[in-house]
Design a protein around this ligand. Structure first.
Ligand code: OGA
Ligand code: MN
Length: 225
C-alpha cells in the first residue's frame, strides 16, 4: 500500500516536472496496471453500441465534423467500479498538480473514445487562449487547462497507425509521437500543444480528459456542471 502510494507520488511528480519543462509529458505503461486492465476489460465487454459520433463545438454541421474527426465517444460518469477508480485516480492527479503547480484546476471531464479502422482526428488544440478573453466577456469557452489521454490497446503494431502526434506551440514542429499502447499516459497544456491522431488501421481505444478552471461569474455557472 505504502509502495503503491510512493509509486503514484513519483508518477505525479514526473508529470508535473515535464509540464513545467515542456508543457507536455508522455509516459509509456504508467497508468496503474489494475486500473488499465479494469478499463480495458470494461471496453471489451461493453462494445461501442452506446458510443456517439464526436462533435467539435456546439452546432457544427455533421459533414464538417467528419472532415476533422471520425472517432466516437462515451462520457465517463462513474457508472462502474473501473470508471470510479479512474475518476478517483484523475482526482488525485488534479490535487497533486494544484499543490505543485498552483494551477487552480477545478473540475475534470473525460470520455472513452473509439477510433475504428480509418478514423482520425486532425491537428487541433483542446482550448484557445483567446477564449479565456471571450469567457470574461460572456463567451462559451471550454475552460480546459490540462489535457490527459490514456490508452487501452494491447499488442499495437507500427502498421496499426493511430499514433498521437504532438507539436510545438507554433503548430509546425513535431515534438512527440505516441503509440496508443495499454497504460500509456499523455498529459499536456490544452492551450499550448497542438496534436493529431493519425488514421488508425484497427480499433483503437483511449480515454481523453480535461481539467478545467472555474470561470463562474455574474451568476453564470461555467463550467455548466
Ligand atoms: C481529443 C484527442 C487523442 C487521442 O479527444 O481531443 O486529442 O489519442 N484525443 O485519443
Ligand atoms: Mn485533443
Amino acid at each position: 500500500m505504502a509502495a503503491a502510494l510512493a509509486a503514484e507520488e513519483k508518477l505525479f511528480a514526473r508529470i508535473a516536472e515535464d509540464l513545467l519543462a515542456n508543457s507536455w509529458s508522455v509516459l509509456p505503461a504508467c497508468l496503474p496496471t489494475a486500473l488499465s486492465t479494469a478499463l480495458q476489460q470494461q471496453l471489451h465487454s461493453m462494445g461501442t453500441i452506446d458510443f456517439s459520433p464526436a462533435g467539435i463545438g456546439r452546432g457544427t454541421d455533421h459533414a464538417v465534423v467528419a472532415q476533422v474527426r471520425r472517432d466516437e465517444i462515451l462520457w465517463i460518469e462513474g457508472a462502474t467500479a473501473a470508471e470510479r477508480e479512474w475518476l478517483d485516480w484523475s482526482g488525485r492527479l488534479q490535487s497533486y498538480l494544484n499543490r505543485r503547480l498552483f494551477l487552480g484546476l477545478f473540475s475534470f471531464e473525460s470520455h472513452f473514445a473509439h477510433y475504428g479502422p480509418g478514423a482520425f482526428y486532425r491537428k487541433h488544440l483542446d482550448a484557445f487562449k483567446a477564449q479565456s478573453n471571450l469567457d470574461a466577456a460572456g463567451g462559451d469557452g471550454t475552460n480546459r487547462v490540462v489535457s490527459l489521454v490514456a490508452y487501452f490497446n494491447s499488442q499495437w503494431q507500427p502498421e496499426d497507425g493511430g499514433e498521437l502526434v504532438l507539436y510545438a506551440a507554433d503548430g509546425n514542429m513535431e515534438v512527440g509521437r505516441v503509440t496508443p499502447a495499454l497504460g500509456t499516459l499523455v498529459v499536456f497544456l490544452s492551450e499550448d500543444i497542438p496534436h493529431e491522431v493519425l488514421p488508425a488501421q484497427r480499433d483503437r481505444f483511449s480515454i481523453a480528459g480535461w481539467y478545467r478552471i472555474n470561470q463562474t461569474r455574474h451568476g453564470r455557472t461555467d463550467p455548466p456542471r
